[in-house]
Design a protein around this ligand. Structure first.
Ligand SMILES: [Zn+2]
Length: 121
């Protein structure tokens, strides 16, 4: 009996997936480290590149991999494809481009609020 290519499919899939995750992580580290656009966090006023995080949980991912290769692959692919940039300080999910109008409005509103609070009221 000839070994069909299906015998190698899990291995090939796993290899491709590992490559994909490694690429995403390295890319994320590079762009998150020095090449990402500067963002403004309306929640805490942080300005910077933010942080790239994976969605979901690693524990659930490991559990799904233990249950079987296909749920594991599905979840891993979703996690990797759903990376998002969050605030490095407060992990707020909505970051605005630093020069955009909403960011300027949010910054002004924040500064006014802080001024009110520090002047006592
Ligand atoms: Zn923040």
């Amino acid at each position: 009996m000839m070994p069909g290519y299906l015998d190698y499919l899990p291995l090939v899939t796993l290899g491709a997936l590992t490559g994909c995750i490694a690429f995403k992580l390295v890319f994320g580290l590079v762009t998150g480290g020095c090449l990402g656009p500067v963002k403004f966090c309306p929640e805490c006023g942080f300005e910077g590149q933010g942080k790239i995080v994976l969605r979901g949980s690693l524990r659930l991912e490991i559990l799904l991999w233990l249950l079987g290769i296909f749920p594991g692959i599905a979840y891993s692919v979703w996690r990797v494809s759903a990376t998002e940039r969050v605030c490095s300080r407060c992990y707020h999910r909505v970051l605005l481009p630093v020069d955009s109008l909403p960011a300027q409005d949010a910054r002004r509103a924040r500064e006014q609020r802080i001024r009110r609070e520090t002047q006592g009221g």
